[in-house]
Design a protein around this ligand. Structure first.
Ligand SMILES: [Zn+2]
Length: 287
């Protein structure tokens, strides 16, 4: 078990790394680690994570009461405590503001997709939790059921929460998320985001959960078809074209219905064509 002395050093080191890797700026983000006695070591509210000193770290109990340290604990304390509460296997949390990943949430683009094989293998997919005011119990309540099944999540318009058995693992998940966002955005800029075929995604995820572990709830489902993959991945046949946000099998079905409707209702279609033709003629006449 890692000592408090060592965890303090790690928290300072990973805070600086988050800043140097452009995963947060100014007073953004917060980091924490579970101490051997079950209390939580976390960053102080309102300090710069790139320039952390030992005095910027605070120890709290699992109910959020300050035990040791100067200043107030992080304003996102409730979020950290909710994660530790639902995931006894988690011993470290990194919350940062990775810019590209956040841009995906602002653009309404989901990152819960199977695009990169190694990411599906080691991390699975990254869900986005709907918007809630930062630093509130309401936000902690919203992420609680999601972190039960995921090691890395995005909060709409806000940032990432990455969990790990230690700080290195939590940090790796944050880096992986932002790297995936960069590659996905670049592919989109170049023309298209081709997702993995369903069969391959399912195989990779099952292998990954058995080989590298993950949320206990997901590991327990490693042999189930699709394990913890979302519907969007399971409904994809490795499509060549990017799909708009939220388009899954259900939306595809809706699209198929729209396409099929004119065929099924030929008289209605002719009626519509007559209306369009009339309108075109009217506009041309006016011109
Ligand atoms: Zn934040």
């Amino acid at each position: 078990m890692t000592s408090e002395r060592e965890l303090r050093k790690q928290l300072i080191r990973f805070g600086r790394l988050c800043y140097e890797r452009h995963l947060l700026v100014a007073m953004d983000g917060n980091l924490s680690a579970r101490l051997p006695d079950g209390s939580i070591l976390c960053t102080q509210a309102g300090c710069h994570k790139g320039f952390l000193e030992d005095e910027h770290l605070v120890v709290i109990d699992p109910a959020g009461r300050k035990l040791r340290g100067r200043g107030r604990p992080t304003s996102e304390m409730a979020m950290h405590l909710a994660c530790y509460d639902v995931r006894p296997d988690v011993h470290a949390i990194v919350h940062a503001h990775p810019p590209l990943s956040i841009a995906f949430t602002i653009a309404g683009e989901s990152m819960a997709r199977c695009v990169l094989p190694e990411v599906v293998l080691t991390l699975g997919t990254v869900p986005t939790v709907e918007y809630e005011t930062t630093g509130t119990q309401a936000l902690a309540d919203k992420i609680r059921p999601v972190v039960r099944d995921h090691d890395a999540i995005l909060m709409d318009r806000h940032g990432a929460v990455c969990l790990g058995r230690d700080l290195l693992e939590a940090f790796c998940r944050l880096e992986t998320m932002e790297h995936t966002a960069l590659i996905t955005k670049t592919a989109r800029d170049l023309g298209q985001v081709r997702e993995l075929p369903t069969d391959e995604a399912v195989k990779l995820r099952s292998m990954g959960l058995k080989r590298y572990g993950g949320p206990p709830s997901a590991v327990a489902r490693a042999d189930d078809p699709g394990a913890d993959l979302p519907e969007a991945c399971l409904g994809c046949s490795g499509c060549a074209n990017p799909r708009p946000t939220g388009v899954g099998p259900k939306a595809n079905l809706r699209l198929a219905r729209v396409v099929a409707e004119p065929v099924l209702a030929a008289p209605a279609r002719r009626e519509l064509e007559d209306v369009v033709l009339e309108e075109v003629l009217r506009v041309l006449g006016e011109g």
